[in-house]
Design a binder for this molecule. Structure first.
Ligand code: DAH
Length: 360
């Protein structure tokens, strides 16, 4: 039996010395595996005389129990040690600054921001949004807006024309959002109250002009719509958009083929040190064109001018964005420079609402 005690001592020592799980498993296999020392002893019991087997069996099983208990205890100890090591290695410094998520680092382009702002303001006044394609027909961009063929105003728009198609029709990139007025009147019965924000194109490029830019059109058609309504809407819009209590506006007579009478609207401002303030000052700044929709336009768009009348306006979105947010040059709007965007852009989760504030 001294052999058995030696085996027990040796196995328990191997278990105690096992520094990790694989070493412990090796010790287990050496003792209790199929060909392990204790398993071999147990297998030998069958060949013994019954008396001998009884005492030897009890002794070997006692060793087996002791070894199993030591294995379980060592396993628990190793597990606890591994957990302690992991906790020590994975310490977290909660005083480090929080890393921003993509939703916090991304930026909304000022044009998108201003479009959301306009939409919030006009939606509050009961307007819906109408849209049309960037590639327009000559008919919708000019003819039905009362530009006669060969009229010089067609040239003033610096139009990008496409080559004529198989039917001889020459499409163009819309030069203004006014064709959406045509589409809306052709598709809907009055009363109509829509705004049409979108991209527009003219062959022009300098500090305040880019070949692609943005406009927002407004159109109201009803039986009793008049210039007084237009003035009120534009004034309310300017106050809400520029986030000021008062604005002074000036309507200057002008000409557009699609409105009669037509006007250009200036708002009063003060320029000082490269900054513009609205609602005060002695300067005037032009922000939009407007007028009563010309009876010819109503007729060409299927609206009876003896029953209905209305007004419309068109405003440069890029221009009002530059004015509101103090951007001196239009060209970087479309250069996709992340540095510019992270400076002038808006936080994605600060959605403009009238209740929560437009510009955050
Ligand atoms: N379409 C004009 C432009 O691009 C702007 C405009 C002026 C639109 C008067 C209108 C309007 O609806 O009534 O220059």
């Amino acid at each position: 039996m001294t052999d058995l005690s030696a085996l027990e001592a040796e196995t328990l020592a191997a278990i105690a010395a096992a520094g990790d799980e694989p070493a412990l498993e090796a010790a287990r296999l050496a003792a209790l595996g199929k060909k392990g020392a204790i398993s071999t002893l147990l297998a030998g019991l069958g060949k013994m005389a019954p008396d001998e087997r009884k005492t030897a069996g009890a002794a070997i099983n006692a060793v087996k129990d002791a070894v199993s208990a030591a294995l379980a205890a060592r396993k628990e100890a190793l597990k606890a040690a591994a957990l302690d090591a992991r906790l020590a290695a994975e310490t977290l410094d909660v005083t480090l600054p929080v890393r921003e998520t993509p939703a916090e680092t991304g930026r909304i382009h000022p044009i998108s921001q201003v479009m959301d702002e306009l939409t919030a303001i006009f939606a509050d006044m009961g307007f819906s949004i109408a849209e049309g394609p960037d590639v327009e027909t000559d008919d919708y961009n000019f003819t039905r807006l009362n530009f006669p063929l060969g009229h010089p105003a067609r040239e003033m728009h610096d139009t990008f024309f496409f080559h004529p198609d198989a039917k001889g029709e020459r499409k163009l990139l819309r030069t203004h959002t006014s064709p959406v007025q045509v589409r809306t009147m052709l598709a809907k019965q009055p009363p109509i109250r829509v705004i049409c924000p979108g991209r527009t194109y003219r062959c022009d490029s300098d500090q305040t002009h880019t070949p692609m830019f943005h406009q927002v059109e407004g159109l109201v058609i009803d039986k009793g719509s008049h210039l007084g309504h237009l003035k009120w809407i534009l004034e309310e819009f300017c106050k809400a958009f520029f986030e000021v209590e008062h604005v002074k506006m000036r309507f200057r007579p002008s000409f557009f083929p699609f409105t009669e009478p037509s006007a250009e609207v200036d708002i009063q401002c003060r320029r000082s040190g490269g900054e513009i303030r609205f609602g005060e000052g002695e300067d005037w700044l032009e922000i939009l064109g407007c007028g009563m929709v010309h009876p010819n336009v109503l007729r060409l768009c299927g609206v009876d001018p003896d029953v209905y009348q209305g007004f419309a306006w068109g405003m440069g979105i890029d221009r009002i964005a530059m004015l509101k947010y103090g951007m001196p040059d239009l060209r970087p709007f479309f250069e996709a420079d992340v540095r510019w965007l992270s400076h002038y852009g808006f936080r994605p989760l600060d959605l403009p609402t009238l209740a929560g504030g437009l510009s955050g």
